[in-house]
Design a protein around this ligand. Structure first.
Ligand SMILES: Cc1cc2nc3c(=O)[nH]c(=O)nc-3n(C[C@H](O)[C@H](O)[C@H](O)COP(=O)(O)O)c2cc1C
Length: 186
């Protein structure tokens, strides 16, 4: 495999999102031969609606194409009211269809969550893992990383500047790249 393409979907649309910064850190830690790209348009995708399937809205199709073209997908998310933020769940729904042939099917996937709580959005991470499993992704459940409380872990720093956190994010990306390689070789 010449270059492993990792697409990152972020569950927060907030400009100063810590989860987006974690996604940026994932791009920083990735080594040679790994291209990590954050998908920018999740907030523009309409709510999933089977009536919109043919043809899918351009924004949803762009997401599907990006996932198709990626070797692996990293989900980075906060927790909203104990579960997955709607914007990320909507993305999962779009890439899970058509049934049995969604872009996420069989794709190496991993989850990082973070929040202001010491639990680091563990419930959201677990729900993303479960939802991806139902959608047919190849989920690295054991690599799930939950970071929190973010204020204490990072303070005013960007997560990529905090060595321990950077290493933990790097380990998730490494596991994802290995899994993608194994899936492609199989
Ligand atoms: C609508 C809403 C619901 C939230 N619910 C939770 C929650 O259930 N658990 C939690 O740990 N944090 C919760 N939070 C706090 C978020 O974890 C915190 O705002 C987080 O930093 C957001 O991530 P971001 O910086 O990437 O936007 C909630 C925040 C919002 C806006």
């Amino acid at each position: 495999m010449s270059e492993t393409r990792v697409l990152v979907l972020v569950g927060s649309l907030r400009q100063a999102s810590v989860n987006r910064q974690i996604a940026e850190a994932a791009a920083t830690v990735s080594g040679d031969g790994v291209n990590v790209e954050i998908f920018g348009g999740l907030g523009d995708i309409p709510f999933y609606n089977e009536d919109l399937e043919a043809p899918a809205p351009a924004t949803a199709q762009a997401l599907r194409d990006a996932v198709e073209q990626a070797d692996a997908v990293l989900f980075v998310t906060p927790e909203y009211n104990g579960t997955i933020p709607a914007v990320l769940k909507n993305a999962i729904d779009w890439i899970s269809r058509p049934y049995g042939a969604g872009a996420i099917k069989g794709k190496a996937s991993a989850v990082i969550s973070s929040s202001i709580s010491p639990y680091g959005a563990k419930w959201a991470a677990a729900d993303v893992v479960r939802s991806l499993g139902v959608a047919g992704a190849s989920v690295l459940e054991e690599s799930t990383l939950s970071l929190g409380p973010v204020g204490q872990l990072f303070g005013e720093q960007h997560p990529r500047e905090v060595a321990d956190v950077r290493d933990q994010i790097g380990a998730v990306v490494d596991a994802l790249v290995s899994a993608a390689g194994e899936l492609l070789a199989a």
